[in-house]
Design a binder for this molecule. Structure first.
Ligand code: ADP
Length: 398
């Protein structure tokens, strides 16, 4: 494997396993800081492989490919959470500097391990059980109420791997599949949340941590479509509570790099402040943090690079009262893959909109980019973000 070419001046090489959109969005900050990125890509056409000169081809599941890649890097981080435990353990044994560390990463790879660990740490979670069979699921549902939310502990994303069941019978095929795989399902009470929130944290190996303002994530059909920063109308007490929960998780799990805690907000009764409970953890820069690229003094990708290199962290202060992020999803109509053709209109229509596209091919519903806009009037910003994203998607024509 040829060594990545370093910038003169003693700069390190940061290796990223996987060459998707997150690796790609590290490129801008890495170039600005003079760092060299190297990405291990499954396919030379992947999003980051198209723009990073050092992009050796190899799968994240191929131990020898990952090892050879890591030997050329000063620190290694991840574009996704799917690197198998055996591969991670081998890297640690080789002395590779990994951030986040496997000991933390496993709680983002396995929702059952996450629930166990957070519950032990006193972090508020929905009530849950590991359900191996019908009897265990029935006992849980009868005690805590139906419907029950079932989750496959590993490999879910964008709501795939989540099933709401009213009865044990509805869970039959999922329980059978779990039994075949020899793994229990995670069963949770259905939380009566009023909305979903997220807290983004950056934490360096030194223990320095920074936290951005709590945001609201708006979901459509199980996919995050919009992020409002900060979460409108969130009581200061609940914002403080959510922040405290995220920082507790960061310290307890010794997380390094940027990571996100997804939360449910529960309504308070009789004028009391509500509550937050943790839905899940993402141990990487996250969709709920894309707004920081334009809305904060330090964006999440720059912060992630600083954190994994154990450099001092940048300020997470907001640049404007509000920032709205809208995801751009792949459209289905004719010409939906002609993305560049939309720029002339979108950029002229609203010069304040910032467009970020990931260099991914268009498939209906696939996240292919996002837009950010900052300002004073939240309703107006939402309208403008939706317009720009909708136009690029091909859903809006004027
Ligand atoms: P994924 O890992 O696929 O994103 P999540 O665990 O985030 O899956 O769940 C997807 C969506 O399902 C959440 O955004 C939320 O709307 C809903 N959901 C998940 N868990 C619960 C729960 N315990 N109670 C109510 N709704 C839930």
């Amino acid at each position: 494997m040829t060594s990545p070419r370093r910038s003169p001046g003693g700069f390190p090489v940061v290796g990223v396993i996987g060459a998707g959109q997150l690796a790609r969005m590290c490129v801008g900050p890495a170039v600005e800081l003079g760092l060299t990125l190297s990405v291990l890509t499954a396919d030379p056409e992947d999003s980051a492989a198209l723009v990073v000169p050092s992009a050796p081809v190899g799968r994240h599941t191929d131990l020898e490919a990952v090892r050879a890649f890591a030997r050329e890097c000063d620190v290694v981080t991840f574009d996704h959470e799917h690197v198998p435990a055996e591969v991670l353990d081998a890297l640690v044994a080789d002395g590779v500097v990994l951030h986040p560390r496997p000991s933390a990463l496993r709680f983002a790879q396995d929702k059952l391990a996450m629930r166990e660990r957070l519950t032990a740490a006193g972090v508020p979670c929905p009530r849950w059980v590991a359900a191996r069979d019908e009897a265990e699921l029935r006992a849980f549902g009868d005690e805590h109420g139906w419907p029950v939310v079932l989750k496959t502990p590993r490999g879910g994303y964008d709501g795939k791997g989540v099933l709401v069941v009213e009865t044990v019978e509805e869970a039959a095929s999922w329980l059978a599949r779990a039994a075949d795989a020899g793994e229990p399902l995670l069963a949770e009470e259905r939380v009566p949340f009023v909305r979903e929130l997220a807290v983004l944290v950056g934490r360096a190996p030194s223990g320095q941590a920074c936290v951005w303002p709590v945001v609201e994530t708006v979901q459509t059909d199980g996919i995050c479509t919009e992020v409002l920063a900060p979460a409108p109308g969130l009581s200061p007490a609940l914002a403080e509570r959510a922040t405290e929960v995220a920082l507790t998780i960061a310290a307890e799990l010794d997380v390094t790099g940027v990571f996100a805690v997804e939360l449910f907000e529960l309504a308070g009764s009789r004028g009391e402040t509500g509550e937050v409970v943790v839905n899940e953890l993402a141990m990487r820069p996250h969709n709920s943090g894309h707004w920081t690229m334009d809305g904060s003094v330090t964006g999440q990708f720059e912060q992630h690079l600083r954190a994994v290199l154990d450099l001092p962290l940048g300020s997470p202060t907001s640049r404007a009262r509000w920032t709205v992020m809208a995801n751009v999803l792949g459209g289905a109509g004719e010409g939906a893959d002609e993305l560049y053709g939309t720029y002339r209109h979108v950029l002229a229509h609203d010069p304040e909109v910032k467009v970020h596209l990931y260099g991914k091919s268009v498939r209906p519903g696939r996240k292919i980019g996002h837009v950010n806009i900052c300002g004073e009037d939240l309703a107006d910003l939402r309208e403008r973000a939706r317009h720009a994203a909708g136009y690029i998607e091909g859903a809006i024509r004027e």
